[in-house]
Design a binder for this molecule. Structure first.
Ligand SMILES: [Zn+2]
Length: 371
């Protein structure tokens, strides 16, 4: 696939009755893309991680399957189903899903590669809270960006920003729980739960507090920062593989995060690459937030699409510096109104994206005083 092809993110609905069947349908639908992305990420893991060869990457990926089965059996079923549908071994689907964490397992120092980024912002606007993020990744991941809607038998729906073959990277669940992610590069990597499975399991929770509790009890492979919000509560949690710290709370406040830890203890377990744009993007997001004072989804969307500071801006383009498609670029954006279920998403750069909107149906809410 050409990386210059413009994608419309028409959401695809998966309403199969079982996780295995849902995974198979996903795998069959995007079989060539899944095979291509799994291969691309396997090669990137070998290059950028501390692995001896591809076999070692696959062996470490394989070790994640029983952990996923033990902690999140339904999402294990769905992941195995994706492999069956795409005719790809399940450990390759682990590589595809878990790529950013897998690079840190076994513990490695990936000092020269820039961390794949993301800029996440939560704010409580005039009408209510909104949550969104950019998704920065190796530039040749852009053609694989998708939007999926997963329908339960009882009519509940989860909408996820994702990749072909991936369970989901960020989104909004059937009870109004929204989750965004920032990758953090940890030095204490271990075998843990495949992180997109954890995102899906958090989205399925009845409220943000339960999703936070699930995160707290789940063993991780490497670092992420999770923003978890449901319109009433907000939790910003920085994680390495072995430590989790609640660094941001307060549903009435604004919260910004990029790809380095705020917590001093976690800082001693992270490895921010010299080439990373994380500090530039946090400074820029803070400045733009103060200047623009966004109050709604449109304002948040505009801020997340900024090219101020190009190519190291919030819509980042490190791949343009030397034309290397394995360098980081903003491959998509997502924003969610937590109070209404409205979601906006786009693949690619904000200058040429095709925006898609949908509404995640959610049970009627009784007004609750915000914490
Ligand atoms: Zn851009």
């Amino acid at each position: 696939m050409s990386s210059t092809r413009r994608l419309s993110l028409s959401p695809v609905v998966f309403d199969q009755g079982s996780p295995r069947a849902r995974g198979r349908a996903h795998g069959e639908l995007w079989r060539p893309e899944i095979r291509e992305l799994a291969e691309l990420r396997l090669e990137l893991c070998r290059e950028k991680g501390a692995f001896l060869d591809r076999e070692q990457v696959l062996a470490v990926a394989r070790a994640h399957l029983p952990v996923l089965a033990a902690h999140l059996p339904e999402l294990h079923e769905e992941l195995v189903g994706i492999g069956e549908g795409a005719d790809v071994a399940p450990e390759r689907i682990v590589v595809l899903n878990h790529y950013t964490d897998l690079r840190d397992v076994p513990p490695s120092v990936v000092a020269e590669a820039e961390t794949d980024g993301c800029t996440a912002i939560y704010l409580h606007g005039a009408a209510g809270p909104v949550l969104g993020q950019t998704w920065d990744m190796h530039a040749n991941a852009e053609p694989f960006v998708r939007l999926i809607r997963i329908r339960d038998a009882d009519g509940g729906e989860t909408a996820c920003f994702t990749l072909t073959g991936c369970l989901g990277m960020a989104g909004l669940g059937p009870h109004g729980v929204g989750v965004t992610i920032n990758n953090l590069s940890s030095t204490d990597g271990q075998v843990g739960v495949v992180w997109p499975a954890l995102v899906r399991a958090m989205l399925a929770q009845p409220d943000a507090r339960s999703a936070h509790a699930l995160l707290e009890r789940t063993p991780l492979s490497s670092g992420h920062h999770y923003m978890i919000a449901d319109g009433r509560e907000f939790f910003g949690v920085e994680c390495s593989a072995r430590i989790k710290v609640l660094t941001q709370v307060g549903a009435r406040a604004a919260h910004l995060h990029t790809n380095h830890c705020f917590d001093p203890v976690l800082r001693s377990h992270e490895n921010v690459a010299r080439a990373s744009t994380t500090f530039d993007r946090l400074n820029m997001a803070t400045t733009l937030y103060v200047q623009q004072r966004p109050t709604d989804l449109d304002g948040l969307w505009r801020l997340l699409g900024s090219h101020d500071g190009h190519p190291r801006g919030i819509c980042s383009h490190l791949d343009e510096i030397d034309g290397d498609p394995t360098r980081s670029k903003t491959c998509g954006r997502l924003a969610m109104e937590l109070w209404s279920g409205r979601m906006r998403a786009a693949a690619g750069c904000s200058r040429d994206e095709q925006t898609v909107e949908l509404r995640v149906p959610s049970p009627p809410r009784t007004p609750v005083e915000l914490a």
